[in-house]
Design a protein around this ligand. Structure first.
Ligand SMILES: C[S@@+](CC[C@H](N)C(=O)[O-])C[C@H]1O[C@@H](n2cnc3c(N)ncnc32)[C@H](O)[C@@H]1O
Length: 311
């Protein structure tokens, strides 16, 4: 069988995704793209994983083993399993991260959280503590460490990185990703609930940057099948229509920070901006709240200044 024929077979196997109920439906252009990704992933050598390789080699004969691998991936995708979960990896902020069923698959919109965190880290007075609640695959924290290490002026400043998750399995995935990206020892790892996971701060730091992409989907909300069936509920859902963990972080940050200057950056659901503002006001932080929009124009990150930050 040639790659061209296998491509047709893939499109036919995945065509069922176009007929799923609304939310889970995959448009035909996306199906065609995913078929090509699966072919690249299963047939191409590591060095050749770009679309031009596929297009040039459409008349190449596929080995029996290659064909079986591709068909098995097509069948998994036809059951709604996300491509990233089939491949066990996902690109985020220009790097590849391992994913498993224990972690959220990194989302492109979360790159905004990284952008803003980098911007804030550059402004803060050292020694700085950069802390992430809910590290998941590690994509946010590892991107921050690697990006800041590359910036000469910042790399020389004293910065500590602390990362936590309530899921031990997620922390294992994050550690493995950090190992692959040669920064595991740069990060201190903690497991536990929100701020309780961390030791009490002493006077080693002048400023604090807290970053989190917490679960923020309401328990009753409908989700596409590839998300609801293949990603961990603990990474997705929170009580109070998805707002409970955001609220707990906003309410807890001042006590944890003990008056340190800095910022809290929270990824939020696009309808949660006004609740974040109200909650910050109640916590005495509302004056410093700014909402940032993602590429689709939706409120996506709430930036909250910690009280002592003057600039
Ligand atoms: C939406 S995922 C974000 C993962 C990763 N940071 C990212 O942006 O892709 C939320 C993470 O928070 C963790 N989590 C949920 N509840 C938590 C809690 N109470 N304390 C700490 N982590 C929590 C979940 O296990 C999950 O890994």
């Amino acid at each position: 069988m040639k790659i061209r024929e296998l491509r047709e077979e893939g499109r036919s196997i995945l065509s069922c995704l176009a007929n799923l109920p609304n939310l889970s439906q995959v448009p035909p252009e996306q199906i065609a793209k995913e078929v090509d990704l699966i072919l690249l992933f299963t047939l191409a050598e590591n060095t050749e994983k770009d679309l031009s390789w596929l297009l040039i080699n459409l008349d190449l004969e596929v080995s029996e083993q290659g064909k079986d691998r591709a068909i098995s991936c097509f069948n998994r995708r036809a059951e709604s399993e996300p491509v990233a979960s089939i491949f066990g990896e996902k690109e985020f902020y220009g790097r590849i991260f391992e994913v498993s069923r224990d972690v959220l698959i990194p989302r492109p919109e979360t790159e905004l959280l990284v952008e803003l965190a980098l911007e804030k880290a550059r402004m803060l007075e050292p020694p700085i503590l950069v802390l992430e609640i809910g590290v998941g695959s590690g994509c946010v924290m590892i991107s921050l460490v690697l990006e800041l290490m590359q910036e000469k002026e910042i790399a020389s400043r004293p910065i500590e990185y602390w990362a936590s998750d309530i899921s031990e399995k997620a922390i294992e995935v994050a550690k493995s990703n950090a190992e692959k990206h040669a920064c595991r020892d740069k990060i201190r790892w903690f497991s536990g609930d929100l701020f309780e996971a961390f030791p009490k701060l002493d006077d080693s730091f002048k400023s604090l940057l807290v970053v989190s992409n917490p679960p923020y989907i309401g328990k009753g909300d409908c989700l596409p099948r590839d998300v609801s069936q293949f990603e961990p509920a603990q990474a997705l859902f929170a009580e109070k229509e998805g707002f409970e963990i955001i609220e707990q972080i906003i309410q807890g940050v001042e006590r944890f920070s003990q008056g340190l200057a800095g910022f809290l950056l929270l990824e939020i659901g696009y309808t949660q901006g006004s609740s974040a503002l109200e909650c910050s006001r109640r916590a005495g932080l509302g004056e410093g709240l700014e909402l940032h929009q993602d590429l689709a124009g939706h409120d996506r990150v709430a930036e909250i200044k910690l009280q002592n930050f003057e600039k």
